[in-house]
Design a protein. Sequence first.
Length: 207
Amino acid sequence: MSRRRGFTLIEILLATAVFALVFLAVQGLFASGMRRHRDAAARTADARRVDRARERLRQDLGGAVFTGGALGDILAGGPERGEAGHPGWIEIATTTGRLRDGRVGSDLQAVRYDVGPAASDRPGGGLRRSVSRALLAPMPDLVPGPALVDGVEELEVAFFDGVQWLDAWEAAADRPDTPTAIRIRIRWADAPAPFPHRPPFELVVPW
């Protein structure tokens, strides 16, 4: 009669150890892949928010007007710090106030950009866009909207007068001079992992 030989205890332990090592390696690869996927998704979503903020700024600055009259006498900006402690602001009258839902009104509105409180855990503040249609009021009540993008340390605004870039500008009815171009730079706050690294932000719009 033939004798059938089974597995020894040492063989079972070795097989179990090999299986555990393979399982841990596969689990590590899966976790690493999921982490890379989340990081890539976060970078993509963040890049889209930055692109939307850039396009919003481009539209508002591209539609900026200054007539010196009651409805178009807003053009100012500078490096002063706002309520959140971050420097930089600009206020303009622009023709991007299109009404929807069949409402009737002017396209002209007052828009102010500055750095307000952050809406997320990211360091820095939030790029804030405040809007008012009451241009005939002595002090237009600018209503801030949600932050276009977080992680802003400074909003650098510069005005080109045809010769040099100036860090401040204030036009008035008795001095209705306008810049040749407006430049917007955003300096990002230093963000630890897992926040995505952002490329430099610069936008130059001719007047």
